[in-house]
Design a protein around this ligand. Structure first.
Ligand code: F6P
Length: 354
C-alpha cells in the first residue's frame, strides 16, 4: 500500500481544506493511506515528531471539506531554502514510507516541492493562494473567494459612500499582483483602480482622476488599491503636504497606507462648494483569506485534489495542477515557475478611463 502525504503552506486560502478532502477521497479509493503534515514545511523539519504527521482518515478528512482556513495549519518556512534542511526533510518522509507528497500553496511552496523532487520525493503542487500570481494557471485556489469577499465589502462601502457623498479608498490583498483589485473594481463599478503592475503611479494623478469624477457630479467614487501598489508610488512628500494642511496625526517616515492616502486625496481635491471631500479608507484585510470557499473555488479544489492523486498514482512527479481554457491540467513545476504573468492592462485602463 502506498503512503501519500499532504501539506498546506504559505498564506491560507479558501479551498485548501476542500482540496485535502478530495485528496483523501481519491487516496481512499486507491487504498493508499494519507498523512497530513502539520504547519506546512515546518512539519518536515523533524522538530515535533509526535505531532508533525497526522493520520488523515477518510472520516476526518470528510469533516473538514467545507471549513474555511486550513485544518492542517500552515506557515511560511524560511528555513526550507537550505539544501541540508531539504535533504533531512526528504529523509524524514522516506522514514515514514511516504511515496508521494502533495503541496498546496503558492510559488514559495512550489519551490519547496521542487527541492523535494530533486531529493527523490515525488511531489505534485496545487496552487493555493488568494493572490492569483501564478502565471501558468488561469486561477489559483482561493482567488475567486477573495474577490467575492472584496466585492461584498465594496458593495457595502459604496452604499454608505452614496449616503454621505464621500469617496472611499479600499485596500485589498494580492502581494505584487493586482488581480484581486482589478476584478473587484470591475465587478463593483469602482471608478479608480491602482495595481502594482501599473508601474510608478502618482498621488497627484489619482487626485486628478478623483477630481474629474467630482467635476462630473460623482462625489462617491471608490478607489480600489492593491496592497503591492504602495511600494511603487512615485515619491511624494505626503508628510509635509498633510502637515501644511493642518493634519496632526502623521509623523515623518510613516509608510504610506490607505488612511494617509485618503487624507492626501481629501486635501488635493475640492467639492463644488470649495470644501474638501471627506475621503474615507477601509482595508479589507484577512477576511479575504478566512472565509468559506465559493462554489468555483470548491470545484477547483475538488478537481485539483483528484488530479494530484491520479498523477502520483501514475508515477508522475515535479508537476503542478492548474487551470487552462477553463479546464484542469498539469504542467512541469520548473516550466510553471518560469511562466510570465500577463497583466490585464486594457481592463485596467478601461476602468480608469471612465
Ligand atoms: O499570499 C497571500 C497573502 O494574503 C498576500 O495577499 C498578503 O500580502 C500576504 O499573504 C500576507 O501574509 P501574512 O499573513 O503572512 O502577513
Amino acid at each position: 500500500m502506498s503512503h501519500i502525504a499532504v501539506l498546506t503552506s504559505g498564506g491560507d486560502s479558501p479551498g485548501m481544506n476542500a482540496a485535502v478532502t478530495a485528496v483523501a477521497r481519491s487516496a481512499a479509493l486507491l487504498g493508499a493511506s494519507l498523512l497530513g503534515v502539520d504547519r506546512g514545511f515546518n512539519g518536515l523539519l523533524g522538530k515535533n515528531p509526535e505531532t508533525d504527521f497526522i493520520e488523515l482518515s477518510l472520516e476526518k478528512a470528510l469533516d473538514i471539506a467545507d471549513l474555511p482556513g486550513t485544518q492542517l495549519r500552515t506557515a511560511r518556512c524560511l528555513e526550507f531554502i537550505k539544501p541540508e534542511v531539504q535533504k533531512a526533510a526528504a529523509d524524514l518522509l522516506r522514514s515514514k514510507d511516504v511515496t508521494g507528497l502533495i503541496v498546496i500553496g503558492g510559488d514559495g511552496s512550489f519551490h519547496g516541492a521542487q527541492a523535494l523532487c530533486h531529493q527523490g520525493i515525488p511531489c505534485i503542487g496545487i496552487p493555493g493562494t488568494i493572490d492569483n500570481d501564478l502565471a501558468y494557471t488561469e486561477m489559483t485556489l482561493g482567488f475567486d473567494t477573495a474577490v467575492n469577499t472584496c466585492v461584498d465589502a465594496v458593495r457595502s462601502i459604496r452604499a454608505t459612500s452614496r449616503s454621505h457623498d464621500r469617496p472611499h479608498v479600499v485596500e485589498v490583498m494580492g502581494r505584487h499582483c493586482g488581480d484581486i483589485a482589478l476584478m473587484t473594481a470591475a465587478s463593483t463599478g469602482a471608478e479608480i483602480v491602482i495595481a502594482p503592475e501599473a508601474k510608478h503611479w502618482s498621488v497627484e494623478e489619482i487626485a486628478l482622476r478623483l477630481q474629474s469624477q467630482i467635476d462630473r457630479g460623482n462625489y462617491r467614487s471608490t478607489i480600489v488599491v492593491a496592497e503591492g501598489a504602495w511600494e511603487i508610488m512615485k515619491p511624494f512628500d505626503y508628510y509635509g503636504f498633510l502637515k501644511a494642511n493642518g493634519v496632526k496625526d502623521v509623523y515623518e517616515g510613516q509608510p504610506i497606507n490607505a488612511d494617509l492616502f485618503a487624507k492626501v486625496l481629501k486635501y488635493m481635491c475640492s467639492m463644488p462648494d470649495n470644501s474638501h471631500p471627506e475621503v474615507r479608507a477601509t482595508v479589507i484585510g484577512y477576511t479575504q483569506r478566512g472565509c468559506q470557499p465559493t462554489a468555483r473555488d470548491a470545484t477547483f479544489a475538488f478537481e485539483a485534489g483528484v488530479a494530484a492523486v491520479r498523477l502520483l498514482q501514475h508515477g508522475e512527479s515535479n508537476r503542478v495542477i492548474g487551470m487552462k481554457h477553463g479546464k484542469v491540467y498539469d504542467i512541469d513545476i520548473d516550466k510553471a515557475l518560469k511562466a510570465h504573468r500577463p497583466f490585464q492592462r486594457s481592463l485596467y485602463n478601461t476602468i480608469n478611463a471612465l
